[in-house]
Design a protein around this ligand. Structure first.
Ligand code: GDP
Length: 367
């Protein structure tokens, strides 16, 4: 059997047949030593990211190589999109290696957020989804918050071993890696960061010392992530770009809130109270009577209720609903990829609507 040749940059199998597919190298270059695929070559030499059509399975197979190593796994998630950015099979893909969970984008949280509650919730949610993590850290890759603490934790946990940084697209993995490289080498923007998801590919090797490295792995695409349904324009609206300002709505039962036209919350039963909404400051919130909610959606989706714009509407799945009977005081209804609503009083029934596949969850309030 012919030996399989793999790219030294990302580990993908080398091929010379199709330029559009992963692992392409011109025929003339396949005899070189230390072959890197065209994509890694361009990334390395021109700081350019080339879009090639990796399937979800290709990504997962690449990540699955980690199972056969002895390393520390650093899994980055977006705290505004915990469920959306969670990699379901991560425990299986990484084998027995220890995992640190890192929640990124902490700079966007209102100051009053209880960070230790957030960490507890992340650890428990990971566990419920089948992932046991050693510890949870919160960082802002953009602002640098929490980075020193995380870096020293990585040093302790790795104990001289390699480190693999894994995450789904858009969690801020490139920003994080760039910050690390910048700090250790003084090189700015070594890896291209993008506003839009799905562009980081390749196991990029960053030496930690003489015998070990930190590897950046390809961003895993989760189909149920809200970002994949959004037009570029809408993505800018739903993505918070600075600290979120809570918006408070005094509601009576039988009232509804629309978050653009992307999600909806019906106050079915309970006493009059203040619903506190934590979403991107640019996302408009619209209040209406529950009895009018369906018609409003039918008549005004994409206008009064936007985003979605027409481009997003073509991709966005229909809204699905789920009802919650809240017993405890102070509960958050979490809309992955968008934000959350804190409901102060127990004995309240709400129905939450989100695009099919984007699964809503509840947690004890973080504030
Ligand atoms: P990747 O796909 O995981 O590599 O993500 P990127 O590093 O390209 O970041 C995705 C988006 O999230 C970009 O718009 C970044 O500016 C933004 N981002 C990354 N880290 C942070 C952070 O710590 N805070 C905030 N507010 N935005 C971030």
């Amino acid at each position: 059997m012919k030996d399989e040749i793999v790219c030294q940059g990302c580990g993908v199998q080398i091929q010379s047949e199709d330029q559009e597919k992963p692992g392409y190298v011109p025929n003339s270059a396949t005899t070189n030593e230390n072959i890197v695929c065209k994509r890694c070559f361009r990334l390395k030499h021109y700081n350019e990211v080339q879009d090639v059509s990796f399937t979800d399975d290709d990504f997962l197979t690449m990540i699955g190589q980690i199972r056969n190593t002895d390393a520390l796994i650093v899994n980055i998630v977006d705290i505004f999109d915990f469920n959306g950015s969670f990699i379901n099979s991560l425990q299986r893909l990484t084998g027995k290696n220890p995992i640190i969970l890192v929640g990124n984008k902490v700079d966007l949280l209102p100051k009053s957020t209880n960070k230790s509650k957030l960490k507890q919730w992340m650890k428990k949610s990971a566990k419920d989804l089948g992932l046991t993590v050693q510890e949870v850290y919160l960082i802002s890759a953009v602002k640098g918050q929490g980075m020193d603490e995380l870096e020293s934790a990585i040093e302790d946990y790795r104990n001289g071993k390699d480190v693999y940084v894994v995450g789904s697209t858009n969690v801020g993995k490139s920003t994080f890696i760039n910050r690390l490289i910048d700090k250790s080498t003084g090189i700015n923007d070594a890896i291209t960061t993008s506003y839009f998801p799905g562009t980081t590919l390749g196991f990029i090797d960053i030496p930690l010392d003489d015998t070990s490295s930190l590897y950046d792995t390809p961003g895993v695409i989760n189909r149920h992530q809200m970002v994949h349904y959004m037009s570029d324009q809408d993505l800018k609206i739903i993505t918070p770009n600075k600290e979120i300002k809570p918006r408070v709505y005094q509601l009576n039962e039988k009232q509804t809130l629309y978050f653009g036209g992307l999600a909806r919350l019906d106050f079915e039963r309970g006493s009059r109270q203040s619903f506190v909404c934590y979403f991107s400051n640019q996302l408009s919130i619209h209040r209406t009577k529950l009895e009018n909610a369906e018609n409003l959606y039918k008549d005004h989706l994409g206008e009064l209720l936007s985003p979605p714009n027409s481009e997003t509407m073509e991709k966005l799945p229909a809204l699905k609903s789920q009802s919650f009977r809240l017993k405890e005081n102070k509960t958050d209804i979490v809309f992955p990829g968008l934000g959350w609503v804190t409901i102060p009083e127990g004995n309240t029934t709400v129905t939450a609507h989100s695009p099919e596949g984007v699964s809503i969850s509840i947690r004890p309030s973080l504030i």
